[in-house]
Write a protein that binds this ligand. Structure first.
Ligand code: AKG
Ligand code: FE2
Length: 295
């Protein structure tokens, strides 16, 4: 009896591990198929690029060649072949797209949401409020205190020091955003891919809360000396209500409304009016970059 009981338990455990193994195998096979599809797509869009990123038989990706090519284009390769392949496909698709109507664009899932979710506890732990004086011409004056700075190049008062823990936590993400912004910008302006580089003037994480003075950012442009901006929606510990991003763009001017999900990036050309609407509940987190075109 005891033998048959432990035999049954053994069989159950075996069946369980076999199930996990099969799921894992299926997941890997799905990924392989997605990678193969991405390769075929690149081949159909641009044979020359497919040749550069492929293996010797030009039959699939060479991880090394793909990484090398991405670096050449100013992109940061990751450890994840599917992610890099997907990024390349979207860049090629973008560069073939119709002429841009707007000087801003929401790129959905620009940064992997699960990756951001994993980083989120560290983002929270690294976050400190660093009061900043936006100057007497700003409606915020010295009352802005819901951002934590990673890069500070402007002569702000009082001088803010970059908060190293936040930079360590989100530095790579920031570089991914810059690389994607550069690719987007070249497409927007019709420049050769890789020909324009941006440096980060200011980078900060803002946490909005549903209290007066912390719940919104009123309509503004990011400064006459800012050549481009990125807003990356971050995860949150408490889902929020409100908090849409409004952007005024186009000819004639239109007001566009975006409800961003974690991982979505808003790219904006210089001097685009925008506004973060108030939240009425929860907390909203965003990573914001002000960029300078390198001469
Ligand atoms: O939080 C947002 O969505 C907008 C942030 C922004 O525009 C800024 O900080 O300049
Ligand atoms: Fe802004």
């Amino acid at each position: 009896m005891a033998v048959s009981h432990s035999l049954r338990l053994g069989l159950l455990a075996l069946a369980g591990s076999a199930g996990i193994f099969l799921c894992w195998k299926r997941y890997l096979a799905q990924r392989d198929r997605a990678i193969a599809r991405a390769f075929q797509k690149i081949k159909s869009m641009n044979k020359a690029i497919a040749l550069v990123v492929s293996d010797a038989r030009n039959a699939s990706f060479s991880r090394r060649n793909l990484s090398k090519y991405m670096v050449q284009r100013g992109l940061c390769p990751s450890e994840d072949l599917l992610r890099d392949a997907t990024l390349l496909v979207s860049l090629l698709e973008e560069s073939r797209g119709p002429p841009a109507k707007f000087a801003h664009e929401l790129k959905q899932a620009a940064i992997d949401a699960e990756h951001l979710q994993r980083l989120f506890p560290e983002i929270q732990a690294s976050y400190v409020q660093q009061p900043l004086d936006y100057g007497r011409n700003s409606r915020y004056g010295d009352n802005w205190r819901i951002s934590c700075y990673m890069v500070v190049m402007e002569n702000w008062k009082p001088k803010i020091m970059p908060h190293e823990p936040m930079l360590r936590c989100l530095g790579d993400t920031m570089q991914h955003c810059v690389a994607q912004f550069e690719a987007w910008y070249c497409t927007l302006k019709g420049f050769r891919q890789g020909s324009k580089r941006f440096s980060v003037m200011n980078a900060f994480v803002t946490r909005y809360r549903p209290v007066h003075g912390e719940d919104e950012l009123q309509k503004h442009i990011d400064g006459a000396n800012v050549d481009g901006s990125v807003i990356l929606a971050l995860p949150t510990e408490e889902p929020f209500e409100g908090g849409a991003l409004h952007v005024w763009d186009g000819k004639p001017k239109q007001e566009l409304v975006y409800q961003m999900a974690p991982g979505d990036c808003m790219f904006m050309d210089t001097k685009i009016w925008h506004q973060a609407k108030p939240i009425s509940k929860g907390a909203r987190w965003a990573l914001v970059l002000f960029l300078k075109l390198e001469k």
